[in-house]
Design a protein around this ligand. Structure first.
Ligand code: ZN
Ligand code: ZN
Ligand code: ZN
Length: 239
């Protein structure tokens, strides 16, 4: 626990403003918390001081920033929080950490333990900056829809990502589009030992005789394989 008044005196006005950055970026009422990263991790980096985090805190607490500046800076904050070297891309760090975790894991690797995707990080950084501007009463010219929010039925909702869960190529491999009830191994689901799901084609509105539908355990396997395949294109990018 920290006493805010004491901290303010101790840290001076500049760092006090930068605390807004720590609070917004690590999660507050209107921005998401980062799985597995405590508030104090970023706070300690700020007061250490870690030069990259200090620079980011200044960027996030300065009015009239470009969206691209906020996205780039936020991405480097994530890299730092997840232990990557400055200048590493978030995608590469995510890929490296996945490989490390998979090789040493005794059980299923939880995807939420990895750094966020570039797309998720982008919207998180935008919302954090917007929130800070609201606190500083400098949001007059800002539209939340430009800063990670969307309006649905007159309610503002956070945009979590603008990417599909997996590339089309992989989604096609794992879902079938059979019109003949998935009776033989021309059904890609059946061929790979997967049950059909709502993502499959006509068989889900008519009839489906895929025997794997009865074996629930395969759903978990599908999830794991989807997850592992998902990273295959990233792996190629880095080599
Ligand atoms: Zn099928
Ligand atoms: Zn199917
Ligand atoms: Zn089917």
């Amino acid at each position: 626990m920290y006493d805010i008044r004491c901290l303010k005196e101790l840290l001076g006005r500049e760092v006090s403003t930068e605390l807004l950055f720590v609070h917004a970026f690590t999660g507050c009422d209107s921005t998401s918390r980062i799985y597995g990263i405590a508030k104090k991790t970023l706070f300690q980096k700020l007061i250490k001081p870690d030069s990259l985090i200090r620079a980011s805190a200044v960027i996030f607490t300065t009015v009239d920033q470009d969206v691209s500046t906020i996205i780039d800076s936020g991405s480097q904050v994530f890299v730092s929080l997840f232990g990557g070297k400055a200048g590493t891309s978030l995608t590469n760090l995510r890929n490296t950490l996945l490989a490390k975790k998979v090789s040493s894991a005794k059980s299923f690797v939880k995807p939420e333990k990895l750094p966020p995707t570039v797309s998720t990080a982008k919207f998180h950084s935008q919302r954090s900056f917007y929130q800070i501007m609201v606190w500083m009463k400098k949001d007059g010219n800002m539209d939340p829809k430009d800063w990670g929010w969307k309006r649905e039925d007159d309610i503002l909702l956070p945009v979590m990502t603008d990417q599909k869960p997996a590339p089309d190529r992989l989604l096609k491999v794992i879902h079938c589009n059979c019109t003949t009830g998935c009776c033989n191994t021309r059904c890609s689901c059946r061929k790979f030992g997967f049950p059909c799901t709502s993502a499959c084609g006509p068989c889900q509105t008519e009839s489906c005789y895929n025997p794997y539908n009865l074996q629930q355990t395969f759903s978990l396997m599908r999830m794991m394989i989807t997850f592992l395949l998902w990273f295959e294109p990233l792996d190629r990018q880095t080599t």
